[in-house]
Design a protein around this ligand. Structure first.
Ligand code: IYR
Length: 220
């Protein structure tokens, strides 16, 4: 199949504005924080759809777009997800995680309890697709699946933050239970669970420091 080509949809900015634009986005994204204390304040489905479609603009290997996003607001489903996640996390915090791991997590005060999985108005569960099935049911391979889906998740977090909402990148482990509860097909594997919503009025986060330029950039 031949692909049509169009002119590159480039928007040029006045060089005098470019640093301001770059700084504005940096300051905005630098304010993003992972939230664990969600309120139950509702968020519209339309807004969630726009945020997911923003994520779905991510680049992907051979433009296969190897992702699907389950958007869960149903209270029963959220409860099932919370129960299954807490069961696994209980095992993690009581023997499955190494002492070093528990020590590294200690500053964040996390434990096996995951009330946000019921409180947050939406859970977005991102699935990665190792392959797709064509019309005749034959497997069609996807490429750079982890990279592609990781990029989509990053764009989703930025979109959520930009819209004035908060999120958490939650990785219950193991998370195959999400595939069962959500009835996803065999070519899909859970990648990341992202609660989305508003913080409680007294939500607190650890006072973290981000690495400085000289710690993360190597110039050549
Ligand atoms: N998945 C567990 C443990 C956990 C692991 C890491 I690495 C974190 O940055 C945070 C938590 C949990 O959700 O509690």
């Amino acid at each position: 199949m031949d692909q049509d080509f169009i002119p590159f949809p480039f928007v040029e900015h006045d060089p005098a504005d470019m640093a301001d634009r770059a700084n504005e986005l940096y300051f905005e994204l630098n304010r993003r924080r992972s939230l664990r204390e969600f309120s139950d304040r509702p968020v519209s489905r339309d807004l969630i759809q726009t945020l997911i479609m923003t994520a779905s603009t991510a680049p992907s290997g051979a433009h296969k777009q190897p992702w699907s996003f389950c958007a869960v607001s149903d209270p029963q489903l959220k409860r099932s997800i919370r129960e299954a996640a807490e069961k696994e996390e209980y095992e993690n915090y009581h023997g499955r995680m190494s002492d070093e791991w528990l020590e590294d997590l200690q500053p964040f005060g996390t434990d096996w309890r995951k009330p946000f999985l019921e409180l947050a108005p939406w859970l977005i569960i991102v699935f990665k697709k190792a392959y797709d099935l064509d019309e005749s049911g034959d497997k069609r391979k996807n490429y750079y699946v982890n990279e592609s889906v990781g990029l989509a998740c990053g764009m989703l977090l930025a979109a959520i933050h930009h819209a004035g909402l908060a999120s958490l990148t939650h990785t219950p482990s193991p998370m195959n239970f999400l595939q069962q509860i959500l009835g996803r097909p065999d070519n899909e594997r859970p990648f990341l669970l992202i609660p989305v919503g508003y913080p409680t009025s007294d939500a607190r986060v650890p006072d973290l420091v981000r690495k400085r330029p000289e710690e993360v950039i190597i110039w050549y």
